[in-house]
Design a protein around this ligand. Structure first.
Ligand code: SAH
Ligand code: SF4
Ligand code: F3S
Length: 460
């Protein structure tokens, strides 16, 4: 089938009209950077009369903000394209954004004739224009594909960020130059680029004025941040964090995801110095075998990783460490895998994400002829996850009987239940009145599971 796509040259820039009562539905896949992007899309669409709704059946516009990291993520999107529009009588406009849109734009257009718009993580600020170009009225729609890499233009064109709760994400850095041999991110998000210090501080000041108490700075390689300061010099993450800490109203600061090779001493020491910097670090290692780490192009050894953890614990003894792991990378032997298990035992993680290696198009590891059989990958993943769950349970249990500060972020699943996070980034469920939402309160922890804590509000 030939795909008819509107190209830049053929189409004049179109402006979307404003009309109240429009409804859009968005489904998010993947990492926190997509969560931030989806929130910014909502902010972009609101002035044009679009209201976000939770039921795809009632939407005039359906957006799938996709992830391309593993094969499963792709498959899910293709099946969702049909599913989310089922039963919708409004003939919605279907837009695919995110990393899969970036990497597979043309394929998506070919495989799914229903899709009207495809865009990527660097072009979503043009969404109102894409909608205008495509046309909201059914029957006369054109197909629009825009997966440019217009550097950091996006951040200058976005609508001001709305506040959705006391904790807000702020993307400070985009893309990745690390080219781990299994990973698609450098192709979907582009090269590593840092926003300027002023643009980040302005965004956080505005959030703090609206009531934000916590910010989480985001980037695929957040600790490689090197944005331009107002003095015309490059600023690193440690110095940026110190400036964020001076903003009135901001009580808690986090950042994610960090790369071990970019953990400089200044940043490590800040964990012991800056009270607002929360004692939690997500530091993926992926594997415990140096041979595998070399093949992955991770640029550090297992020992170097462990040394960073030691230094962090010297700076801040209670720092919680979280990680990412890949099992069954091509060429991984039983001995290699045991080294991952040993490393996990040595570190003692408070939480972790672990995955079976998934071969991705155009990545070097996918070409490797030494692929590990699925059954072996499954078994290794099970063993690793059992160990990580055990560690997580023990970690969470260590808080039972203690009183900890919790920032209450949202209503819980049950009536009169509120949910928040501890400084060490554990989800905490508390019985309490809705009016406490947005406040940082003290909680007596009474119970722990592998994934969360339960407690009661401590009355002073
Ligand atoms: N920039 C971050 C996170 C990238 S994606 C980092 O460097 O750690 C999040 C996680 O997905 C990775 O840490 C890795 O564990 C996992 N991942 C990435 N590519 C994968 C693949 N091809 N197969 C399985 N897991 C993968
Ligand atoms: Fe992917 Fe590696 Fe970059 Fe992380 S550091 S985004 S795993 S290439
Ligand atoms: Fe997925 Fe893209 Fe994030 S591939 S993990 S959504 S950067």
């Amino acid at each position: 089938m030939k795909v008819q796509i509107t190209s830049e040259e053929q189409m004049p820039v179109a402006a979307l009209d404003v009309q109240e009562g429009r409804k859009f539905f968005i489904k998010n896949y993947g990492c926190q950077m997509n969560v931030y992007d989806a929130e910014r899309m909502e902010d972009m669409l609101a002035p044009y009369g679009f209201e976000k709704i939770a039921d795809a059946k009632e939407a005039d516009l359906v957006i799938l903000n996709t992830c391309h990291i593993r094969e499963k993520a792709d498959e899910k999107v293709f099946s969702d394209i049909g599913r989310v529009t089922k039963g919708n009588k409004r003939n919605p406009l279907i837009a695919i954004g995110g990393c899969m849109g970036q990497a597979m734009g043309r394929t998506i257009m070919q495989r799914s004739p229903k899709v009207n718009i495809v865009f990527g993580p660097q072009t979503y600020h043009r969404l109102p224009e894409f909608i205008a170009r495509s046309g909201l009225a059914a029957g006369k729609r054109k197909r629009v594909l825009d997966t440019d890499f217009p550097a950091l233009e996006k951040f200058d064109s976005l609508a001001p960020q709305g506040l959705r709760g006391p904790s807000a994400y702020v993307t400070i850095q985009e893309g990745c130059d690390k080219f781990c041999t299994y990973c698609v991110v450098p192709f979907t998000r582009g090269v590593e680029l840092s926003r300027t210090v002023e643009s980040i501080l302005t965004e956080i000041r505005a959030l703090a004025e609206k009531g934000a108490k916590e910010v989480c700075l985001l980037g695929q390689n957040v600790n490689a941040y090197h944005g331009l300061g107002s003095d015309g010099k490059e600023c690193n993450l440690a110095r940026l964090l110190q400036q964020v800490a001076t903003i009135d109203g901001i009580e808690r600061i986090r950042f994610t995801t960090s790369h071990p090779s970019e953990m400089d001493n200044e940043l490590i020491e800040l964990f012991g110095k800056e009270r607002k910097l929360m004692p939690y670090l997500h530091l993926p290692v992926q594997a415990g075998s140096d041979k595998i780490l070399v093949d992955m192009n991770r640029t550090h050894t297992a020992d170097e990783y462990l040394q960073i953890i030691d230094l962090l614990r010297m700076a801040r003894p209670d720092v919680a460490i979280s990680g990412d792991f890949i099992v069954g990378f091509p060429g991984e032997t039983d001995e290699d895998f045991e080294m991952t298990m040993d490393l996990v035992r040595e570190v003692g993680y408070s939480s972790a994400y672990s995955f079976m290696y998934s071969p991705r198009p155009n990545t070097p590891a996918a070409e490797n002829t030494n692929q590990v059989p699925l059954e072996v990958k499954k078994e290794r993943l099970q063993r690793l996850q059992d160990l990580l769950t055990e560690q997580q349970k023990a970690y969470n249990n260590s808080f039972v009987g203690k009183t900890i500060p919790v920032l209450l972020e949202e209503a819980g699943r049950k009536e009169n239940q509120l949910r928040g996070r501890s400084p060490h980034n554990i989800a905490v469920n508390v019985e309490g009145n809705q009016r406490l939402l947005g406040q940082q309160i003290h909680v007596n922890i009474t119970k722990a599971t592998a994934s969360s804590l339960f407690g009661e509000v401590k009355l002073d």
